[in-house]
Write a protein that binds this ligand. Structure first.
Ligand code: XUL
Ligand code: MN
Length: 350
């Protein structure tokens, strides 16, 4: 049995190109315009931040939020698109400057919980049972600013509130070691899975592994994925690439290290990822230098690279690999894999 691969991305992946040192360089595209591009780019799934789905939700009542999300669901149905997950965007509000669930201020923590419940409402109205938590500001710039034991207790309490609020909701934690914080409390897959085991329902807490986040933690993304698969916790992925330990780059999948990308694809295929409805999510930013009319290529190209690597992986002779492993001829195994990556016909771009 092999993987079944359907692809998704979030509307934030088509963006204006601002970075911390310069303003936007491309015009803002409306959500409507972005939605119209999914199918043409080869994507069937949409990942949402809560306010991608329901803009300005802080100004709306819970009933208004559900009504807006229900209207959006009909729109997605029209386009033949599926909502994969919803993630509360807890890192932009002035109340969460110092974090949400782990903030020292009780009012900030209360807001974070309230907003998470609204995100769950949106997810349910969009027809998905998956909430993603990127714990952006749940960490410190200054070690003494928060108590790390209390922080973990508070994260568990917050997860319990969400699990209790909706008995069907599943939560995929997206670990990341740094940025925007100096250090975060849930930096790796192991931390995320262990955190889930402290909750009232560990069976509903899994992970979203982002390639770049694993690399920023000094880890190999496919090994992180293997760890999650062994725990039956790999509920979605954010594939991309990252050139060393610097700011989070969200580069095109495979663009830095093709072999590292190959190993992610090969593992997902080996363990029939997707056969239970999991999506291949891409979390990739177009380079700031990319002209506006060409600023969706990063998405189509990443999907293309994924499928090319899949083809290569499936073309390899598994019996030959097993024999090389059996004789411990890892030099030959290395050459065989590298040859596989080198000796393929080039595909002209669209
Ligand atoms: C941040 C990141 C986010 C999450 C979604 O690094 O990856 O886009 O994936 O909230
Ligand atoms: Mn991500």
């Amino acid at each position: 049995m092999a993987g079944i691969f359907r692809f998704s991305f979030g509307p934030w992946n088509i963006h204006e190109g601002a970075d911390p040192f310069g303003p936007t360089v491309r015009p803002t595209l409306s959500f409507e315009t972005k939605l119209g591009q999914y199918k043409a780019l080869g994507f069937d799934g949409v990942q949402f931040h809560d306010d991608d789905a329901v803009p300005n939700l802080n100004a709306l009542s819970p009933q208004q939020i559900i009504a807006a999300a229900t209207t959006l669901k009909a729109r997605l149905d029209d386009e033949g698109l599926t909502a994969e997950f919803v993630a509360p965007r807890l890192w932009e509000d002035p109340r969460t400057i110092d974090g949400g669930y782990t903030a020292n201020a009780p009012a900030a923590r209360a807001y974070a919980l309230e907003r998470s419940q609204r995100s769950i409402d949106i997810a349910r109205a969009l027809g998905t049972d998956l909430l993603v938590l990127w714990l952006a500001r749940e960490g410190t710039y200054v070690r003494e600013a928060k108590d790390s034991k209390v922080a973990v207790d508070r994260l568990v309490e917050a997860l319990n509130v969400m699990l209790d609020y909706d008995p069907q909701i599943r939560i995929a934690i997206e670990p990341k070691p740094n940025e925007p914080m100096d250090h975060t409390y849930i930096p790796t897959t192991g931390h995320a899975i262990a955190l889930g085991h402290l909750t009232i329902d560990p069976s509903r807490v899994g992970v979203n592994i982002e390639s770049a986040h694993a690399i920023l933690a000094g880890l190999d993304p496919s090994d992180e994925m293997g760890f999650a698969l062994a725990h039956d916790k790999l509920w979605t992925v954010h594939l991309n690439d990252q050139n060393g330990l610097k700011f989070d780059q969200d580069k095109t999948f495979g663009s830095v290290d093709l072999r590292r990308a190959f190993n992610q694809v090969r593992l997902l295929d080996a363990y029939h990822y997707g056969s239970r409805g999991e999506w291949v999510g891409l979390d990739i930013k177009a380079m700031r230098s990319q002209p506006a009319e060409l600023a969706t290529k990063h998405l189509a190209n990443s999907r293309h690279i994924f499928l090319r690597l899949l083809e290569i992986s499936r073309s390899l002779d598994d019996a030959h690999i097993a024999a090389l492993v059996g004789s411990r001829d890892y030099e030959e195994l290395e050459r065989y894999i590298l040859d596989g990556l080198l000796c393929t016909p080039r595909v002209p771009t669209a």
